[in-house]
Design a protein around this ligand. Structure first.
Ligand SMILES: *Cc1c(COP(=O)(O)O)cnc(C)c1O
Length: 459
């Protein structure tokens, strides 16, 4: 590419003139201008001004194996030379999605042995929604089609993804949601637990909200419950340990399918291949994307449990659904190589045994006493820092979400890329982080918090 022929100002001007960005206030962006990221290596990204920024978000929760992986480039190049594209419609297949499916069946929970591909998490959630409803129709129970989800859920940005999700601002722009999707409270103890309520009890109460919704709809009308094991974009909301086993029990009791959205938690982030394994639950579907290719190619995989897959096979009849790029050979070649790297380098064991616990300890030791910090919670390499005006009362800065944006800007200027979600700062670093990288991150976040505190004190 020859972007080097353009100055930074030229690139920004062209971007402003022609590029509509995702999740953006376009008026605001035109005034502020964009940061142009041009290269990356290991845990760092570099912008046109030569700033080296530690990427604590792994891109958008996806670059699990880190940047600059020559092997992934080679896997893609070799596959493009041999067969850049062929589809898996019309009784055809190609080798890489075939072998990737076998690998995914091997590393996923025991009841999961089939895979349906897309190019994004949103697409695979659309597939999942259609599939669970189709399953009940094939079983002769088409009226069993309500799906229960949760507030603050993020399941993507297509119409189905937005409808499944629980983001109010996104729903307000749906202008007609997919029908028969209902939302209940999410297991967010820091804001929703009653004073004196234990984590354990709160987890059971949050699960009870799902049971209540099933009973209200009538179990005979409920197809499935969908949830992210840890709500990511909603603010890294980590449920109490009591929550997921209770959800599993409720789903079994009412014969409601369990759909997990592991687009963030999949491929090692929680210290197992999937959070379903960390939390010891057996879902009927698992939506995955992001870390599947470490973001080097767009690819998603809906992992489909035996119960649903067997019905598709036994009952027959075409399932009228699929994408031009379902099982794209190049994307699947990259995914296979990416999984090989994660295995060979023991990245998942490292997260579980070493860097995951170390991240939690280091954040708490380094930042826990900071006056702006209300709570720190982590699971594997996912972390959230609650930002408060008053630690003891948990009072927030006003307006909601304003303080974390100040912190985020200082964080980036201090050399660490983090995200602000409402009143929470979040992190989802590449799995290649070492203890040294964690220490570097804690130091930079501490600096950003101090600088932000000076700003916020004057407001
Ligand atoms: C990112 C994300 C999605 C959507 O994936 P896209 O590839 O952006 O469509 C869905 N679910 C979760 C949990 C996500 O984090």
């Amino acid at each position: 590419m020859t972007y080097q022929n353009y100055s930074l100002d030229q690139l920004r001007a062209i971007d402003n003139a022609h590029h509509l960005h995702p999740f953006t206030d376009h008026k605001d962006l035109r005034a502020a201008g964009t940061r142009v990221v041009v290269s990356a290596e290991g845990p760092f990204v570099y912008d046109t001004e030569g700033n080296e920024i530690l990427d604590a978000m792994a891109g958008l929760w996806c670059v699990n194996a880190g940047y600059g992986r020559e092997e992934l480039v080679e896997a893609a190049t070799a596959q493009m030379r041999e067969l850049p594209y062929y589809n898996s419609f019309f009784r055809c297949t190609t080798p890489t999605p075939t072998l990737l499916s076998q690998k995914l069946a091997e590393i996923s929970p025991g009841n999961i042995n089939q895979v349906f591909y897309g190019s994004s998490g949103s697409e695979s959630n659309d597939t999942a929604l259609r599939l669970v409803r189709h399953y009940w129709a094939l079983e002769g129970r088409p009226e069993k089609n309500i799906v229960i989800s949760r507030n603050w859920a993020y399941h993507g940005s297509t119409i189905a993804g937005t409808s499944l999700g629980g983001m109010e601002a996104m729903h307000a722009q749906l202008y007609g949601a997919v029908p028969n999707i209902r939302h209940v409270m999410c297991p967010y103890a820091y804001e929703n637990a009653e004073p004196g309520e234990s984590d354990h009890d709160f987890g059971l109460r949050a699960a009870k909200a799902v049971e209540d919704a099933i009973l209200e709809a009538g179990a005979e009308n409920v197809a499935a419950f969908i949830g992210e094991p840890i709500q990511g974009a909603g603010g890294v909301k980590i449920p109490p340990a009591s929550y997921w086993p209770e959800i599993q029990r409720i789903c079994e009791k009412y014969d409601v399918l369990l759909m997990l959205d592991e687009v963030i938690t999949g491929y090692g982030r929680t210290g197992e291949w999937f959070a379903a394994q960390s939390m010891n639950i057996k879902p009927d579907t698992i939506t995955t994307a992001k870390g599947l290719t470490s973001g080097y190619q767009p690819l998603s995989a809906l992992l489909v449990g035996d119960r649903i897959a067997n019905t598709l096979v036994e009952k027959g009849g075409e399932f009228y659904h699929g994408y031009t790029y379902s099982g794209h050979p190049v994307a699947c070649a990259v995914a296979l190589k990416n999984i090989e790297i994660i295995e060979r380098e023991g990245l998942i064991d490292r997260v579980r045994e070493d860097t995951g616990p170390y991240l939690g300890d280091a954040l708490k030791a380094g930042l826990g006493d900071h006056p702006l910090v209300g709570e720190i919670r982590t699971c594997g390499l996912l972390a959230a820092v609650e930002i408060v005006r008053d630690k003891s009362t948990r009072e927030r800065f006003q307006p909601a979400g304003s303080a974390p944006v100040v912190i985020r800007d200082h964080a980036i200027a201090s050399g660490i890329m983090m995200r602000a979600v409402m009143d929470t700062m979040i992190m989802s670093p590449p799995l290649i982080w070492t203890r040294e990288t964690v220490d570097m991150a804690v130091e930079r976040i501490g600096k950003a918090l101090d600088l932000a505190q000076a700003d916020l004190a004057t407001t």
